[in-house]
Design a protein around this ligand. Structure first.
Ligand code: WTA
Length: 660
């Protein structure tokens, strides 16, 4: 019997060690329940206490929550603070000025460390530079940068002057970047000449140039370029300038701009089931409170910890748990430029050993691909490395399957580290459902219990609460401080997407299905209930990919569905009807390759369909509706057993079984 099977049989629940419980911020289930009870008893008082205890206010708030314009909830609104002050300046006076804030490891392995004092100086210089260029409070700044100290400093500098950043992941195409610049109305773009990943240099600045050349980005006055590799083609005089030159002339002190807690901190674009990506808007006070507090609660952060979140700053995980939460909490954190498989698939383990990481937070996709790598190459197996510094593990972004959980627990955590399986979303700003490492008994595959103050429910399609054990729609029943405030420029879409009338207008709709266990009360996420795909923990709308495909001159019609994938969780499968006859053989291969590259150009390489199937048509009802449910079955290779009598063209199913 192998180890994993043994572990499975040993117990269904995994308990944190007595030692972990003893030292934890939330120690034991009674402490967890006491916090939940406090929130039940006096919801506003609970949040007000936490906001007062954890954040530094330049002007205290007098009221925690304003519900008068629901669902546009406002938290701590008459309080004034500055997010960057809360992340940096506070550590300069509490004895942590010379503590390492960031251990940066470049793709090639070079390490750069910055202390809180040095990071503060960098951020102040950059903030002063932005001000000198005329960037004002409330202006939008797009950040299109690789993982770097400068990328984080750019986010913090925006926060310092009250500018609203919108970070765009470096894997998005020029077109996606252009759309986001336009939607946000950005006045400046901060980028790098290139990024380096897996030993290769990839362009960034030239993609910014292309995006701006596509037109419509009329408000962009400045492109600020961080020199990463020194390879840059073309500078636009008067518009482009080097980050180092901008900073060189500036003072190391920058008085923070005190803003209302409700002042927008950032916009982050994410995919929905329909339309273009949504600009999720977050507020300064509530977002920071939860990013910081979950560092203490979920990650049990201690002053001596070395925290490593492997996400990219282009996603929400990189906002909450790289750029803001760890710094606000005064952590030392690792920031990694590269990829887990370069120079080999032992990179993560080697870095944990080298930097003595104590808390490690990654996505199930990474774990699954590293399991495969370790199985086929003993040299990169984690047992080759000394991982004894680790005391806590985390998982984020997609469901973690029990086998991956057990491997992570055994081989990375040596059966000593609790695993926090954190369920949350771009819109929620921070963790919503997760074990607390010093309290909750863990069950592989379940994100267990809501955090204190987070009121989760499972309802039916009319918003009626369902009994435990019956799967349904996951909702949040009360507003919470780090929730999305609006969709940038589209309040109607905000209401429709998140507080739909069908559910009564008061429940926050997450877009996921969930089931609550009868005995334990534990939640298990059953997957998206809309047309959003989760590929390698990256969120994508099927509609976006379909729109990209039909924009190609050869394509008449396209339907995209998700297909379960043992490594990436889900993969993209596209069914395509061409304007000409259905291709076969080598021609089909050629066109499929062409369409994949097309999607990469339209959206980004992460949106490339793994599988493309060509048909003369798509399965449709007599009223012309595409039957995606059937396409999902075909993608999985499963037989269609249900009644297809409502189908206009049943014969098409046979044809679409074939992969090109
Ligand atoms: C999924 C990422 C199961 C879910 C932080 C959610 C998860 C979407 C988990 C949000 C988890 C995230 N277990 N599913 N622990 N964490 N998800 O906005 O479908 O990129 O709605 O935020 O990822 O993805 P997003």
């Amino acid at each position: 019997m192998d180890d994993i099977t043994l572990l499975k049989q040993a117990s269904r629940q995994f308990h944190p060690s007595a030692e972990f419980v003893k030292n934890a911020a939330i120690s034991g289930m009674d402490a967890y329940r006491a916090l939940c009870a406090e929130a039940e008893r006096d919801y506003q008082g609970f949040w007000a206490r936490l906001a007062r205890e954890n954040l530094i206010w330049q002007k205290p708030f007098t009221k925690a929550l304003d519900e008068s314009d629901a669902p546009f909830y406002r938290w701590f609104e008459d309080g004034h603070l500055n997010v960057s002050y809360n992340c940096l300046d506070r550590h300069l006076v509490n004895g942590n000025a010379d503590k390492t804030a960031i251990i940066f490891e470049a793709d090639g392995g070079e390490v750069t460390r910055v202390t809180y004092r040095e990071l503060h100086q960098k951020v102040c210089k950059l903030a002063n530079g932005l001000k000198a260029l005329g960037v004002n409070k409330g202006d939008r700044v797009v950040i299109y940068m690789p993982m770097s100290i400068e990328g984080i400093a750019a986010m913090q500098a925006c926060a310092r002057i009250g500018a609203i950043h919108s970070v765009v992941f470096g894997g998005f195409s020029a077109k996606s970047l252009q759309e986001r610049i336009i939607d946000a109305g950005a006045v400046a773009v901060i980028t790098s000449d290139e990024q380096v990943r897996g030993g290769k240099s990839l362009p960034l600045k030239s993609i910014v140039d292309q995006a701006l050349e596509m037109g419509g980005c009329d408000e962009v006055r400045h492109v600020i370029v961080h020199r990463r590799t020194g390879n840059m083609t073309g500078q636009v005089a008067g518009r482009d300038l080097w980050l180092a030159d901008l900073m060189a002339a500036q003072s190391e002190l920058c008085e923070p701009e005190w803003v209302s807690a409700e002042h927008p901190l950032f916009i982050l674009y994410t995919s929905g089931s329909t339309g273009t990506p949504k600009g999720v808007q977050h507020a300064s006070g509530g977002f920071l409170l939860w990013a910081m507090l979950t560092m203490k609660w979920t990650f049990d952060l201690k002053p001596s910890d070395v925290f490593w979140c492997t996400a990219d700053i282009g996603w929400v995980t990189g906002h909450s748990y790289i750029a803001y939460g760890p710094l606000a909490a005064g952590a030392t954190e690792i920031v990694f430029e590269g990829v887990p498989t370069y120079p080999d698939a032992g990179r993560f383990w080697q870095m944990i050993e080298k930097h003595k990481a104590t808390i490690f937070y990654t996505a199930p996709t990474a774990i699954r691909s590293l399991i495969k790598a370790a199985d086929s190459n003993p040299d990169v197996h984690p047992q080759q490395y000394n991982l004894t510094s680790l005391r806590l593990l985390g998982s984020v972004g997609e469901p973690i399957n029990p086998d991956a959980w057990l491997w992570y627990y055994k081989h990375i955590g040596r059966e000593q580290c609790p695993i926090v399986d954190t369920f949350w979303q771009t819109e929620t700003g921070g963790h919503m459902i997760s074990p607390l490492p010093g309290a909750t008994a863990m069950v592989p595959g379940s994100c267990t219990l809501p955090l204190p103050g987070i009121m989760i429910g499972v309802v039916d399609e009319a918003g009626r609460e369902l009994p435990d054990g019956q799967g349904g729609i996951l909702v949040v029943k009360r507003p919470w401080p780090s929730m999305i405030r609006d969709i940038w420029g589209d309040p109607q879409r905000f209401i429709k997407s998140y507080f739909p009338e069908e559910l009564g207008g008061k429940l926050y709709l997450a877009g996921d299905g969930a089931i609550r266990d009868v005995d334990t009360g534990y939640f298990t996420i059953t997957g998206r209930i809309d047309d959003v795909l989760n590929v390698s923990g990256h969120r994508m709308g099927t509609m976006e990919i379909e729109s990209a495909l039909v924009a190609h001159p050869l394509v008449a019609e396209a339907a995209v569905v998700g297909k379960p994938d043992t490594t990436t969780g889900e993969s993209i499968c596209a069914f395509v009807v061409l304007k000409r006859a259905r291709p076969a053989g080598a021609e089909a291969q050629l066109i499929a390759a062409e369409l994949r590259n097309w999607v990469a150009k339209e959206i980004g390489p992460i949106a490339k369909p793994k599988e493309l199937r060509f048909g003369d048509n798509l399965p449709k009802t007599r009223s012309g509706k595409i039957m995606r449910r059937l396409l999902r079955l075909l993608a999985k290779g499963e037989a269609v057993t249900q009644d297809i009598s409502t189908l206009e063209n049943p014969a098409i199913l046979e044809q679409l079984k074939e992969v090109s």
